[in-house]
Design a binder for this molecule. Structure first.
Ligand SMILES: *[C@@H]1O[C@H](CO)[C@@H](O)[C@H](O)[C@H]1NC(C)=O
Ligand SMILES: *[C@@H]1O[C@H](CO)[C@@H](O)[C@H](O)[C@H]1NC(C)=O
Ligand SMILES: *[C@@H]1O[C@H](CO)[C@@H](O)[C@H](O)[C@H]1NC(C)=O
Ligand SMILES: *[C@@H]1O[C@H](CO)[C@@H](O)[C@H](O)[C@H]1NC(C)=O
Ligand SMILES: *[C@@H]1O[C@H](CO)[C@@H](O)[C@H](O)[C@H]1NC(C)=O
Length: 190
């Protein structure tokens, strides 16, 4: 009896500390730290090695562990961004359904970020699975000639409704109310 109760407890604990999302491409800065997912850059405040990333036709791969989420991307052109103030939002909030791997196009040149060939930037992916926003950063050096070489597919047949606007990728319609809330939360944290 005692043994199975202990087993159940540890199973519950294992579930509760499970990562809500990871940024798998580009490679996230530092070791993933589940205790600090909700902090600036997921708790990784030290700049990491810069990875080449395409100016155009890039992509982001994340692993999502919630049944649905809202997300967006922030970008900093600071050589060493240390707070939310160093970042600006470059994509509208979007909502996606389904858990698992998501392969999301990110065409930086078509966003409102002023980016150029050779520039060093940091992106911060903001993820909200319904509880509170989580953050992961990646330090990049932009290259016009660079082509992403990862096999990245959506593991679920995710549904998303098309919105209006200049999104670099598809928008979900029902997220606007929540987006306001999240942006508010982001500003509060900044
Ligand atoms: C860096 O980003 C800021 C906005 O955060 C912008 O005003 C500035 O023009 C950018 N600088 C360069 C060199 O792109
Ligand atoms: C850039 O685009 C994002 C997403 O649409 C938007 O939230 C942000 O306000 C825009 N920034 C500027 C300076 O226009
Ligand atoms: C994955 O799903 C998103 C959202 O529907 C879509 O924008 C993207 O193009 C898909 N990626 C691939 C590689 O099919
Ligand atoms: C970008 O970062 C790389 C690696 O840290 C460095 O060698 C390069 O000089 C930087 N480029 C610019 C334009 O600051
Ligand atoms: C991607 O998948 C294809 C087909 O399975 C394989 O030939 C290729 O080597 C893979 N590329 C990478 C970067 O893993």
């Amino acid at each position: 009896m005692k043994f199975s109760a202990a087993l159940l407890t540890s199973a519950a604990l294992a579930l509760s500390v499970q990562a809500h999302f990871t940024l798998d491409y580009p490679e996230a800065r530092g070791e993933f730290d589940e205790d600090n997912e909700g902090k600036f850059c997921g708790g990784q405040t030290t700049i990491g090695d810069r990875e080449p990333f395409p100016l155009q036709d890039g992509l982001i791969e994340i692993d999502s562990h919630h049944p649905s989420f809202t997300g967006t991307v922030f970008l900093s052109n600071s050589t060493n961004p240390t707070s939310f103030d160093d970042f600006v939002q470059i994509l509208p909030w979007f909502k996606l359904e389904g858990a698992g791997t998501f392969c999301l196009p990110l065409d930086l040149a078509s966003t409102n970020a002023s980016v150029s060939d050779g520039q060093n930037v940091t992106i911060q992916f903001v993820y909200d699975g319904g509880d509170s926003p989580l953050y992961q950063c990646a330090d990049l050096q932009l290259a016009r000639q660079f082509t992403v070489n990862v096999n990245c597919t959506n593991s679920t047949s995710s549904s998303t409704s098309q919105g209006s606007g200049d999104a670099a990728f598809a928008l979900g319609a029902p997220f606007y109310a929540l987006a306001g809330l999240l942006v508010g939360g982001f500003a509060l944290l900044a």
